[in-house]
Every structure is written in C-alpha cells, then in structure tokens.
Design a protein around this ligand. Structure first.
Ligand code: NAD
Ligand code: UDP
Length: 313
C-alpha cells in the first residue's frame, strides 16, 4: 500500500510512519514542520520506501495514495494556542483538503481527533456517545472546536460521498521523540527532572489524565484503518487514571528534579479525563499494553540520550 501520513514528522506521526514502514508499506509523510522535526524521520529514507513532502494542509494537494492518516495539527496547548486562528484553519480547511485528497483517490481516511472534544467532561469515564462540555469561546476552543468541526467534515464526506472514514479520539499520549519544549506534562516533567529543576504542577495537581504509550496508540490507529466500514468515533487511550501530582511524584522518585512547585492552572484545564475503551476493545480488539512506569522508562531513555547530545540546552 502507498500510505499518506499528514503530520508524519511530528511525535505520533513519526512513530506511525515507522510502524507502516515496518509493515512493508510505502509511506508518504506530508508535513510543514510547524511543530514536527526533520530528525524524527531522518532515519526512514534508508528504507527506500519513504517520501517526505513539505506542504501545508491548508493548501490543496493531489497525490496518488491508497490510505490517509490525517494527523497534521499542533497538539500541545502551548503550540495550538500560540496562533489560534492558524490552528482553526489547519483543523477546518486542512481537514477538508485532506478529505478531498482521499476522495480523489477513493482512499480510506483515519482522522486523529482528540479527547478534547469532551472538553471539561461531566461524565466519567468518557464514552464516545458523550457529547462533551466544551467552552466554545475559551483559549482551548481553537483546538477543541476545530477538532469537532474536523469530525463533522469527516462524517459529512462519509455520508455525502460514501468515503470510507475512521475517527480516533486520542487521549494523552507520550513516548520517545516528544519535543522537549512543547509544554506537555510528561515532556515538561522529564526535562525538568533531568535538568535538576523543580517540577511545575499547574494548580494543586488534583486534575487527572490517562497516559497512553505511543506504540499502543499507533497500533490502535492501524487497527482502525484496517477495519473498513467502521467509522467510530472510537476512543484510543490508556484507562489508567493518575492525578498530575501523582505523575510528578513518580517522576521525581525515579528521575530526580529539585522539588514540586505549584504554578497557576491554565483556563479551561479539564478536571478529569479517562477514556471508556469498551468500543475499541469490541470493534478493534485493541487495548493498551504498556504500563505508565514502563513507558516512562523508555521515554526517559530517549530523553537522556537527546539531552546528552546537547538538545534542550
Ligand atoms: P505534534 O505537534 O508532534 O505533530 C503534529 C505534526 O503536524 C507536526 O509534525 C507538525 O509540523 C504538523 N503540522 C501542523 N500543522 C500542519 C499543517 N498546517 N500542515 C502540515 N503539517 C502540519 O503532535 P502529536 O502529538 O504528534 O499529534 C498528532 C495528532 O494527534 C494531532 O492531530 C493531535 O491533535 C492528535 N492528538 C495527539 C494527542 C497526544 O497526546 N499526543 C492527543 C490527542 C490528539
Ligand atoms: N501540566 C502541569 N505541569 C506542566 C504541564 C502540564 O501540571 O508543566 C498539567 C496541565 O495543566 C494539565 C495536565 O498537566 O492539567 C496535562 O497537560 P498537557 O498539556 O500535557 O495536556 P492536556 O491534557 O492539558 O491537553
């Protein structure tokens, strides 16, 4: 198969490209390097089956491909809030363009949506039928509402044009190749610990998240692509739930760090988040396999070697 991965030079996208290459596919990685890095995909050219296309999804493009994974979008709050209008354009116009590309090729498209479509959830854990509690005027709305619009567009292409689609609602994912400076909690804590600095807990740290190791997530995306006829939306995430303070304590215990300090909680920061993964288990035969401590160990090893090579200093 010739498979397109938009956002393929990013954190999740690069792991997906690697998995697809290992599965024997030809991979086209489309990225504008807004938050992605060339180093993430530097090793893939040696396969002879990897092509890099520098392109912004806000512009239409025609490429011959048989499957499309659409991941292009800044994912961390720091990045998607830096230029919120651009984030909205990427999600809405970019997704319409990639749907059109898929339609031209009669290719199945899997959309990387997000648990953020549930906003600050009033239902816990979150099943796919829950319609969410998003603040449409808030600082996260460019991303949350952008992804909700991307889901709408994806379902409209399915209903109106018969396009085969799958929608994955991805919960917090971590692992090697996360950008040091992208502001997400796992990367922040590991970088802070390795630099011997205080770990910054926002608010009192009682808010919860569920952390999925990246190879587990990638396996879920691949299973969703393989399950033609199933649109979802389907939650992909680890259903272990941790407070942010618990995560900080785990990281300081294992990897150091000066102490834990509290900083102001950002606006609209969801209070609790944990996926109900009943649907993914039933429809995709998928469930996460990597426990948090084990995944952190692999992530820390990657961070340590990048740190030693001078990154982040
Ligand atoms: P990332 O920022 O590392 O990767 C995003 C990639 O998209 C980058 O390579 C970036 O350069 C590229 N990109 C951004 N805007 C683009 C544009 N207009 N045109 C072309 N390329 C563009 O983030 P990630 O964590 O790898 O996230 C990948 C996808 O998964 C995103 O769609 C994100 O919303 C979704 N997701 C991720 C998580 C998570 O915890 N990592 C959670 C929920 C959803
Ligand atoms: N967070 C934190 N310290 C940090 C970075 C994040 O306490 O240095 C908190 C953040 O406020 C949120 C949680 O950790 O409650 C997860 O944040 P992240 O940006 O990783 O993802 P989100 O789930 O908010 O999109």
């Amino acid at each position: 198969m010739r498979v397109l991965v938009t956002g393929g030079a990013g954190f999740v996208g690069s792991h997906l490209c690697e998995r697809l290459l290992n599965d024997g596919h030809d991979v086209v990685c489309l990225d504008n390097f807004y938050t992605g890095r060339r180093e993430n995909v530097a090793g893939f050219a040696a396969s002879g089956r990897f092509e890099l296309v520098e392109h912004d999804v806000e512009q239409p493009i025609s490429l011959p491909v048989e499957q499309v994974y659409h991941l292009a979008c800044p994912a961390s709050p720091v990045h998607y809030q830096a230029d919120p209008v651009r984030t909205l354009r990427t999600n809405v116009i970019g997704t319409l363009n990639m749907l059109e590309l898929a339609r031209q090729n009669n290719a199945r498209l899997v959309l990387a949506s997000t648990s953020e479509v549930y906003g600050d959830p009033e239902v816990h854990p979150q099943p796919e039928r829950y319609r969410g509690n998003v603040n449409p005027h808030g600082i996260r709305a460019c991303y949350d509402e952008g992804k909700r619009a991307a889901e709408s567009a994806t379902m409209d292409y399915h209903r109106q044009y018969g396009l085969s689609v799958g929608i994955a609602r991805i919960f917090n994912t971590y692992g090697p190749r996360m950008a040091f400076e992208d502001g997400r909690v796992v990367s922040n804590f590991l970088v802070q610990a390795m630099a011997g600095k205080p770990l910054t807990v926002y608010g009192d740290g009682s808010q919860t998240r569920s952390f999925c190791y990246v190879t587990d997530l990638v396996d879920g995306l691949v299973r969703l692509m393989a399950r033609g006829g199933f649109t979802g939306p389907v939650n992909l995430g680890n259903d272990g739930e941790f407070t942010i303070r618990q995560l900080a304590e785990l990281v300081t215990r294992k990897y150091g760090g000066a102490q834990i300090v509290e900083e102001p909680l950002p606006a609209d920061d969801p209070t609790r988040r944990k996926p109900d993964i009943t649907l993914a288990r039933a429809e995709l035969g998928w469930s996460p396999t990597v426990a948090l401590e084990q995944g952190l160990e692999a992530t820390a090893a990657d961070f340590r070697s990048r740190f030693a090579a001078g990154e982040g200093r």
